[in-house]
Structure formats: C-alpha cells, structure tokens
Design a protein around this ligand. Structure first.
Ligand code: IVH
Length: 693
C-alpha cells in the first residue's frame, strides 16, 4: 500500500473506531460486534506498524497499552489543583451557606451538588479537540505526566466529538476502579494464592481498597497492565482562560456533549434544604453505584459568583465537601468460631447477627487473634459496632458496653485445635496460636497435599484445593500417599459439600465421570515425576525447589539423604544449618518415614534417574523457552536443555540459537525471533533435536 492510501485508511479507521468506542463506553449502544471491532483494530495496528510515522496521537490502538514509561515527566499545572474544605456535620454546612450568602451579599445563588468520588484526581489538557496530556495532582502545583496510562482509560475521549469546542482547555476529574473490577482483581490474587500456597510460597497480599489500587495502577510503567485494569473516570471540572461558560452546570453539559463521562448524579439545588435532601438520598443509594464515594461536593453554580468568592490559601470559598460517616452498623456477636489455616495458624472469627452494611449483608468479621479479643473486651451476646472501610472483610471496631446483656458470656480462647483436638501452642512474642499437629490436622494435611500436587512438584493438574478438601472430608484420603490408592470407583460420582470460608455457606459439588478419569490418569502419570520434584513435593520445611534439586543431585537417592547426618547435609554447597536441621528432623519422624515407604511402594521416583543418552548434543547452543507446553513443564524443559549441554537465556538476542515456543507465547517474542532469523521450535521438533546425536 502506498503512503497516501495508508494515511487515508489510518485516518478513517481511527475515526471509526473512536466513534464505536464512544458508542460502547459512553452510550452503552454498540453498533458493531466486539469481533468486528477487534478486526478493525488489528487492521489499524498493522497499518501503524508499517507506517509508524502516520500513527495519530488519538489512535484507539493506544487504548490497549504496551508503551513503557521509565520515568514520568514533572509538569507544572497551569491552574493549581486545590483541595476542598471538609465538613462532617450539617451544622457546618449551614455555616458554609452563611459565608456564601455574606460573601455574595445576596440570596440569589444556587448550588450544584455532586458526589465526591473516591479515586485519584487527574487533569486532562485538550488542544484542538485532541487529548494532549494527562497529569496527576501531585502536590497540587506540579504533577506527573501519565498521558500514556490515561489513554488506556476507555471512557476518556482521545478526540472530542463535534466541532464546537474551545481550542484549548483543561478538564479535571477522578479516575477510579469500578467496584466489580476491584473485586475481580482480588479474586485473581486469591486464585494465585491457592497455587502459591500449594507450592509452599507465602501468599500475596490482597489489594486493600479500590482507591489505593487505582493510584498504584496509574503510576505503573507498563501501560499494558494499566489497560488490563479497566479503570474509569468521571469528569467534574472545566477550566480555561476565557471563562467560556457562565455556570458550572453549563460546563458539565458541554463536557457530556463532547464525549466525556460525566456522572449523572449531579443536581441543581437552590436552598440548603435541597442540599440536605441530596445528602440523605445519596447516603443510602451510593452503595448501588459502581464507584466508591465518600461524601458530596457542593459548588456555587455561577462562575462569576465563584470568582467573586475566590479562594483561601488552600481551598475555594465557593465549594466544600461533606463527608459521609464511616460505614458502620450495630449488631450482636452471636458466637466466636475458630479457623485453622493451612499452616496451622488459628484465626478467631466473629459470627454476627446478619446486618446490612455498605450494601451487603455481613455475617462474619475477622477478630485476628487472641490479643484483639482482649483489646476489644468483647463478650458473646454483646452489641458490637462493625465497620467496613473500603476493605473487604469487616472489622469489629468497638463494643457497646452500656447495652451489654446480663448474661453476656466472657470469651475463653480455645486451648485445643477445633479440627483435630491437639493442644494449641503460642510462641513467645507471637500473637497467633498454632496447632502443632502438622502430620494429621486436616487443614494442614490439606495444605501439604495442595503443595504436593502443585505444578513444580507432582503436577497433578486435575486436582484442585476444593476436590482435595472433598476427599479429606469424605475420609477417602488422610495423607498424600493415599492419593495413590484412590480408584476410579472411589471418586466417580462422589458428592461433597464445599464451605465458603467467609460466609460459611455450603455448596454441593460432585465429581463427574470424565473428571474422575482425568484425576486417576494424572495421579498415575505423576509417578514418572523425577526425584528432585518428589522431594520438593514432600513439603519438608525450608526445602524449596532449588534446595530440593541440590539435595537430590548430591545424595542421588532418598535412602542416602535419610541416612545423612546434619554435618553431611550442611556440607552440601549452599545448604545452611536451618535447612539441614529441618531435613534431619523430618526423617526422624516415624510417620514421615512410613509415608515415604508407602510412596515408594506406589512407584514414585526416589532416586535420580540415570540420564540415559543425556549427552551434550546441545553444547554451544543457547535457547529461550516461552509459552506453555503440553508434554513438558517449562522448568523440566529448561533442565533438559541444561542436562544436554545447552544454555537457557531469559530473553531473545542475537546470541539465541533457538526459541522453544509453546502455546500463548507473546507475539512480541515471535516477532523478535523472526526479525533476528532465529529458528522457532515446537515441542516435537525440540524432542527431535534432543534425539539427534
Ligand atoms: S471539585 C477546587 N468535585 O476531592 C477543588 N472534587 O479535596 C475542585 N473529588 O482533589 C475539586 N469528587 O480528587 C470535585 N465531584 C467532585 C469530586 C472531587 C472527588 C476529589 C478531587 C479533589 C478532592 C478535593
């Protein structure tokens, strides 16, 4: 295609896609399917790759991210970004109204009330209708240029609609993560943590609240991640040199027409009583919105009157915010139950009389540990205050002592594990109680089995934490060696209940024939897993993947490792005393030995395989491994390369000889390999290469 033709096509596609984006995100009235949209977007991306100089700054391809910003440039705001004065009481609002009245010397004024969105302030500059820059608030005077990240927010127009707009202006608003999006993000972390827990890794902390997450997201260097987070933005202020609009309301109407996302929750109020009605209405209804709100903002509508009132050093005199009270509820503590974690840690849970809080029914709250119960001096039957501050799990913040019933029961913290009856221990200086029955306390057994079946250990993919819990509850297994005694008939059509830890609700589940078969097959397949991974899978404290590999290489079999002394183990390169002690302890335990015996009988590998044929046919060759493989684990593949004398590199360069590519490999990697003329191998060609002597 010639440049002139490409230019036309690029311009047309940019316009068309921006229009469809508007219809989809602003009007919620799409006119083409997602598929058609993606096809057109791909076409545009391809053209932009061929003719990078023709890419327009408002190209919809910037929505998907990909550009990396190493350091954000500091920008001085043309108009400082001030904050609002806060009030927490309606009396103070009456005072504010009095000041406005006196300041203007008239009663002839009106307010626009808006919700105070709990997100991150942003300032956007538009030049000739094109988004030129997006800057954070920073210290109010200077902020960071985060334009690349801002462009990924679909509801922020890259180009304004229509032709009737001021040549140059700024618009301000609040970037936020919709509640649904935030919940999904944390669901993802929880999923990942299940896997991490199974692998014996410490869990990742959940995102605490949507606001902080938004703030962190906007400052990310990789705009692709920002695009994936699906942020949104409400605009609520317009600024220019010419005072184009007479009222704030007129500027909001303009913003809406120009394609900005203006929340339809604003209202024109002529009296302070109408302002109170607005507050009362939204104090209830706000929980139904997709955005977190923490109050309302009251603004004098007339721009001339705003100028007349002016500013104090920090705040406008023509606006103020009213903060809603923290979302709390009063309910009764019915009972305390105790949860045993996968590591044996005990967490007390408050069982509450169900109560509506911030739009959801709350039945449980975390009490963290015994100290927290003491600090609150809470008793069963007490009336308690429960709060939800942006966080997901509510907290008991205080006890209403004056309404304590006569029969309120003092809490005596449990001394025995609720799961297995073992006496609990509490190490000096630690807040948490622990169940020391590592071997047979069910949640701890569950934790060990999850680790055993995880990808880097036995890789029994068809089993997950919920199925394991079902097997344990049904008494089908008691430890990990029992997995190898399971038969198809044991598990086919097995019915069990799954309990949600937070709500305590039970869901019925059953294993269908096909999954039963998969489970049995993948357990069988796991018998071929090499010794170092079996050793890792045993879950010996401090024996992570690399340590397991070192021990396996050095001792070559479990029998030799079992009979090794502390000194011998410490003698292994990079193995410290803590690890050695833990290994020695593990093999002193009769139950561990018996279990290993059962695993041996089941046919698992307990010695390193004589790597038959492992020669050095890959000597001098450098490989990059990318994607997901069907017949190899990624690490297994890397080990094979090393065992056969090859080198594994993490990124493609001119030194790379082969790229071993699995499914879902990033297109960038493929492109790079192609451009450097590197041979790409799939699984079967890789196998062939190994077999070539
Ligand atoms: S107007 C001169 N309107 O609250 C101040 N601000 O403390 C102009 N905010 O930094 C701000 N919702 O991040 C305004 N509807 C709204 C708002 C709002 C949230 C935030 C904004 C600002 C802070 C003011």
């Amino acid at each position: 295609m010639k440049a002139a033709e490409a230019k036309k096509k690029i311009e047309a596609l940019t316009e068309e896609l921006n229009h469809h984006n508007y219809l989809y995100y602003q009007e919620a009235k799409p006119e083409i399917s997602d598929y058609e949209f993606d096809q057109k977007l791909k076409e545009l991306e391809q053209l932009e790759r061929e003719f990078p100089e023709l890419k327009l700054s408002h190209s919809p391809t910037s929505r998907v991210g990909g550009d990396i910003t190493k350091a954000f440039e500091t920008i001085t705001h043309k108009y400082p970004m001030l904050s609002l004065g806060n009030t927490y009481s309606k009396e103070e609002l009456v005072d504010f109204d009095g000041r406005v009245k006196r300041g203007l010397g008239t009663e002839d004024y009106e307010y626009i009330c808006e919700l105070k969105f709990d997100g991150v302030a942003i300032s956007l500059r538009y030049e000739h209708g094109i988004l030129a820059r997006g800057v954070t608030r920073g210290d109010g005077t200077k902020g960071d240029d985060i334009t690349t990240n801002v462009k990924t927010i679909r509801s922020i127009p890259l180009k304004l609609r229509g032709a009737d707009f001021p040549v140059s202006f700024e618009v301000r608003g609040e970037v936020f993560m919709p509640k649904k999006q935030f919940i999904e993000l944390n669901e993802g972390v929880k999923k990942e943590n299940e896997q991490r827990e199974a692998e014996g890794k410490s869990p990742l902390t959940l995102y605490a609240n949507a606001r902080n997450t938004t703030s962190g997201t906007l400052k990310m260097q990789d705009s692709k991640i920002v695009a994936d987070r699906k942020l949104d933005c409400y605009l609520y202020s317009y600024l220019d040199d010419a005072n184009t609009f007479d009222t704030h309301e007129a500027s909001l109407k303009f913003l809406e027409k120009a394609g900005f996302n203006v929340s339809q929750t604003y209202k024109n109020c002529s009296t302070i009583d109408e302002v109170f009605d607005y507050i009362n209405y939204w104090d209830q209804e706000r929980h139904k919105l997709e955005v977190e709100t923490d109050g309302i903002v009251i603004k004098v509508n007339s721009i001339a009157q705003q100028s007349e009132l002016g500013f104090t050093a920090k705040n406008p005199r023509w606006a103020i915010s009213y903060k809603f009270k923290a979302e709390s509820a009063i309910t009764t503590l019915n009972d305390i139950t105790y949860q045993v974690g996968r590591t044996g840690a005990i967490t007390p849970v408050a069982e509450l009389e169900p109560v509506l809080l911030a739009g959801t029914t709350v039945k449980r709250a975390s009490l963290h540990n015994a100290n927290e119960i003491e600090r609150l001096e809470v008793r069963i039957g007490d009336s308690v205050n429960v709060e939800k501050g942006g966080e997901i799990i509510p907290k008991i913040t205080s006890v209403n002592l004056e309404s304590r019933p006569a029969n309120a029961e003092k809490i005596s913290y449990i001394t025995e594990c609720p799961e297995c009856g073992t006496r609990l221990i509490r190490k000096e200086g630690e807040a948490q109680h622990y169940c020391p029955n590592i071997e047979s306390c069910p949640p701890q057994v569950q934790g060990r089995i999850e680790h055993f079946i995880s990808r880097n250990a036995m890789n029994i993919e068809s089993l997950g934490p919920r199925t394991i819990a079902g097997f344990l509850n049904k008494g089908l297994i008691n430890d990990l060696s029992d997995l190898y005694t399971l038969t198809f008939d044991d598990i086919n059509n097995l019915q069990f209940e799954e309990i949600d830890e937070l709500t305590g609700e039970a869901t019925k589940r059953s294993i269908k024939e096909k999954s039963a078969r998969n489970i049995i097959d993948s357990i069988e397949k796991s018998k071929a897993i090499p010794f170092e991974r079996v050793l890792f899978g045993l879950g010996i404290r401090y024996v992570g993947k690399t340590v397991a590999e070192k021990l396996a290489q050095h001792f070559e079999s479990i029998d030799r490792l079992m009979s090794a002394s502390f000194d011998e183990i410490v003698g292994v390169h990079e193995i410290g005393e803590r690890i050695a002690e833990s290994v020695v302890d593990y093999f002193k335990n009769e139950e561990s030995l018996a279990m290993i015996q059962r695993l041996k009988e089941a046919g698992l590998s307990f010695q390193i395989e004589q790597q038959e044929g492992a020669g050095d046919q890959l000597k001098g060759l450098t490989f990059v491994v990318s994607g997901v493989f069907e017949t190899f684990g990624r690490d297994e593949l890397k080990n094979l390369i090393k065992q056969h004398g090859g080198k594994v590199a993490s990124s493609i360069s001119s030194k790379t000889n082969y790229l071993v590519a699995g499914a879902n490999m990033g297109p960038a990697k493929k492109e790079k390999a192609d451009s450097l003329g590197i041979t790409i191998l799939d699984e079967s060609s890789f196998r062939e290469l190994l077999q070539n002597d």
